[in-house]
Structures are given as C-alpha cells and as structure tokens.
Ligand binder design. Structure first.
Ligand code: 6PG
Length: 233
C-alpha cells in the first residue's frame, strides 16, 4: 500500500504505523522482532519511538535488529548502530539490540550476523522478521542492495557483504529472500530527489532497481513524502 503525506507529517505517521505493527505482534506472539533501516530518514522516527509511551513496558519483548550496516566499527560516524543508539533506542530501554559486527572483515561479519539470525523464528528456511524497515536511495537501492551489485543474486544466504563502488566502501545487508520473508515491510521514503525513482519502481516495476523487488510484495507499505523539505530539514 502507498501512503503519501507531507514531510512534516511523515515521521508522526511512521511512528503510529510502527507502534500499531509492534503492538499487534506483541499481542499475537508476545514478541516483536524488527530489522531497522539506516540512513538519515528514520533517525527522528527512532527518537520518537524511544519516548513513545505506548511502547513503555514492552521493550523487554522487542528485538531490534539491522537490515544493513556499513563495514565500520560501531563508534564510527557512518555506523547505523551508532545512529540508532544516539536516537535513544538503546539497552537502557531493556530492549534486545542485535548489531551487525561491522568492525569485522565484511564476509566474516555477514557470516556472524547470519548465525545471530538463527535465534529468530524461521519460515521456509529463512529468518522470519515481524517487520523489516527499508529506506530507498534515489538510485533505487534498498538496504545495501544496490543496482547491479553482486549481492542481489545471492539468494542462497540470509546476509551478504558487498563492495559499493559508488560509495567506495563495503556494506553488509540482509538479502532479498529474508526481506521478502518478513511478515510486514515498511519502506520510508523522503525527499523530492526520490520522486522519479519512486515512479519507476512503483508504477513501472523497472527490474533494474532493487526497490522494484519490494514494490511487488503484498506485505510492503510505502510511506512517502516527496515535498522538498525532507524530515531531516
Ligand atoms: C543505509 C540504509 C539505506 C538507506 C537509503 C535511504 O544504511 O544507508 O539502509 O538503504 O535507507 O540509502 O537513506 P536516507 O534515509 O538517508 O535517504
């Protein structure tokens, strides 16, 4: 489902959506395991979730995982884990926080995180998240699955490590089978610079872009704000 809103309402709308999803999972199975997305857009959402009063008392049954990570140590400025901690989603809440060990050699980090995912429920041989959160880049990437990258084809393992030439860095990412296995998916997209790509993936389903793989999934909700001032303005 596509939900379009103004950038000033995006984060509040995302917060309500996320809390509803979490409380439904907690009610149904007593746990909520979510893979968080990185980048700039979700930062303010995480700050609000950390203070959300409806989640108080539930953090002990919530597992915060990561959809992808940069191949950097946890204290590095580019670390998604550091961004989440600084937003207030931290162990002081009593929440389980499962980071991708970005400080390790990337393929070892991917193997290590794949082992950690073994503690989740499994479905069809893949880890089963209640929710996978994604952002989308203007180039149509999701998580750290970039157009043309080798890890797109890695359909035999849950986590992959891949060099990203455009960023001159390595990334570690959940693979498409794990993302597609999630009960729910929330794709949070902010900024006018993404409007053209959003059109391509949602309405044309251009297979050249990883985001198109998500567009065809029934369990994916797209929450978008395309006016110029993104939620980080
Ligand atoms: C990351 C993310 C990445 C991000 C998109 C959108 O580690 O950077 O997982 O996929 O979601 O690049 O990023 P923005 O929210 O900064 O536009």
């Amino acid at each position: 489902m596509l939900i379009q809103t103004h950038s000033q309402q995006l984060i509040a709308t995302a917060e309500n959506w996320w809390v509803d999803c979490a409380l439904a999972a907690l009610d149904w199975r007593g746990r909520f395991d979510v893979a968080l997305s990185g980048g700039r857009t979700p930062r303010r959402l995480y700050q609000r979730l950390a203070r959300n009063r409806l989640l108080r008392g539930h953090w002990g049954q919530i597992g915060l995982w990561f959809g992808d990570e940069r191949a950097v140590p946890p204290a590095h400025a580019d670390s998604n884990y550091r961004m989440v901690l600084e937003a207030g989603l931290n162990p002081e809440l009593g929440v389980q926080l499962e980071r991708i060990p970005g400080e390790l050699e990337p393929t070892l980090a991917a193997e290590r995180y794949a082992k950690q995912l073994g503690s989740l429920p499994q479905r069809g041989g893949w880890p089963l998240f209640d929710l996978v959160m994604l952002g989308m880049g203007a180039d149509g990437h999701i998580a750290s699955l970039f157009p043309g990258s080798a890890n797109l084809a890695e359909g035999d393992k849950p986590v992959s490590a891949c060099p990203v030439a455009a960023l001159d860095s390595w990334r570690i990412s959940l693979t498409l089978p794990v993302i597609a296995n999630a009960r729910r998916i929330l794709v949070l997209v902010a900024g006018a610079d993404k409007a053209e790509m959003l059109q391509r993936v949602l309405h044309k389903g251009d297979p050249a872009y990883p985001a198109s793989q998500i567009a065809r999934l029934d369990q994916a909700d797209w929450l978008v704000a395309l006016d110029d001032k993104g939620p980080n303005a």
